[in-house]
Design a protein around this ligand. Structure first.
Ligand SMILES: [Ca+2]
Length: 444
């Protein structure tokens, strides 16, 4: 029996790590995303394949993995790097879907030119300051602060405008009656942490604590370290060295406020979907493009092979899958393309590197997938059950390794790769990793 095509509402979150109440972070106020989780399946072990905006999004939308030669940086381009590929957008369009991109879906605006409509609240940059002080600094050609908390309405910022636009689209799409693929790209909690004051007021800065592992571990290789240049751009952030504890707490406070702000915008769109009676016939995906470091390992931003930079929130809701469940089955973002095809009842193209997650969505208590690959610059990571193994190669020689056992050390403080008793484990994981990489290279 051929089932009817289902709509897709694809909620793409920018730099949102699983810092959400539904992921056990009870200090965070994220009621709307938590409510979405109640209507679907939450992946507790979802990982990006490359921890930077443009590259991760290019991989998601093409369904192929990043490699040493492709999808490397924040400004990765589908149009330039994989010009003939059947993107997720084109595939849904070919199946008769109306396709809409609202705000940040590809990192580069107009990169693929395949949407029926590609809308932005502004064609200017992403920073979107609203406080007088930051606007003044930018007008003078200086950099603004990494955060702001003016007492203004939600709609003043891009994400509020994006929610409003998406609500209007849902009304129109319902009236038109064609299946739709609507991607909504929210830009928070990406830096700068700009959010209306009422979301900052949800948290007391005096109650915010720094992570215990807030300095770089002696056991980790130096190549895993980085200087978090993306944050240093902003006023008040030193060009070298760690920020003060006061600034660190302000940044964490700002991240939390930005999460709660964007959660409220997600809630507005989901409420409209429900009010219009579209929820039962719509597959909803909420996903982050990569993780983020909030001072763990002494690091900020993404751009590393540590778990905090690789792990992402992933929640999927659809009428024919489990409700209010979580799964420990692993998901990679490259799996989204085939999963969406299967959930929407359209064909799955043959070029894809990922696997449909449908089994985990229908039987979340079982583990159907227990490995993932991720890469950042020269670091190649294999996630195999509880083991996170990374190696760096130069001229065919392995120059550094990290191994963490998440059963005992999910914060990744003890690098087992430098301990003699784990040499056998490291050798086995290295063989598996390099076979996976070779197989992948041979296929391309
Ligand atoms: Ca991002």
């Amino acid at each position: 029996m051929i089932s009817a095509k289902k709509n897709v509402l694809f909620l793409m979150m920018d730099d949102l790590r699983p810092e959400l109440s539904v992921y056990g972070h009870s200090q965070i106020s994220s009621p709307n995303i938590d409510a979405l989780a109640k209507s679907g399946v939450t992946f507790k072990r979802a990982y990006c394949n490359v921890p930077v905006c443009g590259a991760s999004r290019a991989s998601i939308l093409t369904g192929i993995r990043p490699t040493a030669n492709r999808f490397l940086k924040f400004n990765a381009s589908i149009k330039n790097e994989t010009p003939n590929i059947l993107t997720l957008v084109r595939h849904f369009k070919n199946q008769g879907y109306t396709t809409i991109s609202n705000n940040k879906i590809t990192h580069l605006k107009r990169d693929i030119n395949e949407w029926d409509e590609e809308w932005y609240p502004s064609l200017k940059g992403w920073r979107d300051y609203q406080s007088k002080e930051n606007i003044h600094l930018e007008k003078k050609g200086q950099h603004g602060y990494a955060y702001e908390n003016p007492d203004i309405d939600d709609d003043a910022y891009y994400d509020g405008k994006t929610a409003n636009k998406s609500i209007l689209d849902l009304k129109r799409l319902k009236a038109e009656g064609k299946p739709f693929f609507m991607a909504v790209g929210f830009v928070k909690p990406h830096l700068p942490f700009n959010a209306p004051k009422k979301y900052w007021d949800l948290y007391k800065e005096s109650e915010i604590t720094l992570p215990k592992n807030n300095s770089f571990s002696n056991s980790a290789p130096e190549i895993a370290n980085h200087s978090w240049g993306e944050l240093r751009y902003y006023k008040g952030i030193p060009k070298k060295g760690q920020v003060s504890d006061t600034v660190a707490k302000k940044l964490i406070h700002g991240y939390y406020a930005a999460v709660s702000y964007v959660d409220a915008q997600v809630g507005k769109v989901l409420k409209e979907l429900k009010n219009l009676g579209l929820k039962d016939n719509t597959v909803i995906v909420l996903v982050g493009d990569h993780g983020w470091s909030l001072m763990e390992h002494g690091l900020w931003v993404k751009h590393s092979n540590f778990r905090v930079a690789l792990q992402v929130p992933l929640i999927i809701s659809a009428s024919n899958i489990s409700k209010d469940r979580h799964t420990n089955s692993i998901a990679e973002l490259v799996d989204l393309y085939p999963t969406l095809c299967e959930l929407a009842n359209i064909s799955i193209p043959t070029h894809l590197d990922g696997e449909s997650l449908i089994e985990a969505l229908q039987a979340p208590s079982k583990v159907f997938k227990n490995t993932a690959l991720a890469r950042w610059q020269k670091g190649e990571t294999l996630i195999a059950d509880n083991l996170f193994y990374t190696e760096w190669q130069r001229n065919d020689n392995t120059i550094a390794r990290m191994l963490y056992d998440h059963n005992t050390d999910s914060d990744e403080n003890r690098n087992l790769a430098i301990e003699a008793s784990f040499r056998g484990t490291v050798d086995s994981l290295s063989i598996i990793l390099n076979n996976r990489l070779k197989k992948h290279q041979n296929e391309k």
